[in-house]
Design a binder for this molecule. Structure first.
Ligand code: XIL
Length: 373
């Protein structure tokens, strides 16, 4: 019996050692390629550069965690701070996974972006239902009270440890109206248009030092949406609502939109006196929903040129005081959400590190221009 037990432990130990050695080899190969170049250092004089992470990525010994700490100066939880993760059941807050990410950031001198407090997706249905009859919607008063408790509990928990928060995510339609019931949001329908003002006021009460951001996509692609965001934030500021930043998600493609369109949106927003943050950048190899294509050197080169020109633009805008954070929506291609969206199962390659965590041409276009020339 004893001998058998020892053998099992021995087998497990060997398997563990082999796994650890494989991880070490992967990380060593990636480090050897990157040499001493890091995004974090090359961009330090301009803005914090970060990545969206899953809780498993920050485990000691996980290959992602070393790459993250070496390359990035900021993190955002890809899903772990969303309402469905933090308060799945009314009154029951679960901070475990999000805390792990925040502690990892603090150990490695990285700043944290908080994502997200008020959104129409990944928010449990109970928020919007009458507790006595779940078939009926919650009243305005009840939804406001729930919103306040959620925002203030989360911001209270992380007070002073999260530099910027996406207070409201995706409030606009592509046409530029406030997203309502027809576009899948109950916030506007139940509370009315002042739900945005209230969310920012509650957030400011709980953490007066955090930069409070309204975040959306396609702000560089749709002039109507860009102008609507400008008017929305202008109105909020004129009412004294503590909105301090506009987040541009920046889910774009190697084919567009152009750097000029992106510049126009950044400068228009910055003219309001708010900070602009690039909050979820990735550069898909697709235009839309076309079929999967093989990842060729031509596509990688085009992607490198796009990342290169856009990071040059971001540096210029940071120099003017307009922009202060750039977050990538993921660390490496295998974990990108774009492998599941908009075409489930279609392989995409939108980030700076490949499926083996090795730097791609796009990485070199940012950290070392000579390598991309
Ligand atoms: C995505 C995550 O990356 C996925 O893992 C999840 O399944 C769905 O949400 N805009 C946002 C992000 O604000 O929260 C989304 O993240 C991507 C689009």
């Amino acid at each position: 019996m004893k001998a058998k037990g020892v053998r099992i432990i021995g087998d497990k130990a060997r398997a563990l050692c082999a796994a650890a050695a494989a991880v070490t080899a992967l990380v060593a190969a990636a480090s050897a390629q990157e040499g001493s170049m890091s995004l974090r250092d090359s961009l330090a004089g301009y803005f914090a550069v970060g990545a969206a992470v899953q809780p498993g990525f920050v485990d000691a010994g996980d290959a992602h965690s070393r790459l993250l700490a070496r390359q990035f100066g900021a993190v955002v939880a890809e899903n772990a701070m969303k309402p469905e993760s933090l308060q799945p059941v009314e009154g029951t807050f679960r901070f475990g996974s999000a805390d792990k990410i925040v502690r990892f950031a603090e150990r490695n001198g990285m700043s944290v972006r908080g994502h997200v407090l008020v959104w129409h997706q990944q928010t449990p249905l109970w928020f919007f239902c009458d507790p006595d009859d779940p078939a009926k919607p919650a009243s305005r008063e009840l939804l406001l009270a729930r919103m306040r408790i959620h925002i203030q509990t989360v911001l209270g928990h992380y007070r002073g440890r999260v530099r910027a928060w996406d207070v409201v995510n995706e409030p606009l339609t592509d046409g530029g109206s406030l997203r309502g019931a027809a576009e899948g949001s109950k916030w506007l329908e139940i509370i009315g248009p002042d739900y945005l003002d209230k969310a920012f006021e509650y957030a400011h009460e709980a953490d007066p030092d955090a930069l409070l951001v309204v975040n959306d996509y396609n702000l560089e692609r749709s002039a109507a949406k860009r102008d609507a965001m400008y008017e929305l934030v202008k109105g909020m500021r004129s009412r004294g609502v503590p909105v301090g930043g506009i987040g541009m998600q920046m889910h774009i493609s190697i084919y567009g939109p152009s750097a000029d369109e992106i510049r126009e949106a950044i400068e228009k927003f910055a003219s309001l006196g708010v900070k602009v943050q690039i909050t979820e950048m990735d550069v898909s190899i697709y235009r839309g929903t076309e079929a999967e294509v093989p990842l060729t050197d031509d596509l990688l080169d085009l992607q490198a040129r796009r990342y290169g020109e856009l990071f040059d633009l971001f540096k210029e805008e940071a120099g003017k005081g307009a922009l202060d954070m750039v977050m990538l929506w993921g660390l490496s291609d295998e974990a990108s959400w774009l492998n599941a969206f908009p075409v489930p199962g279609r392989s995409d390659a939108p980030l700076l590190f490949d499926r083996e965590l090795k730097p791609k041409p796009a990485f070199w276009a940012i950290v070392d221009h000579r390598a991309a020339d």
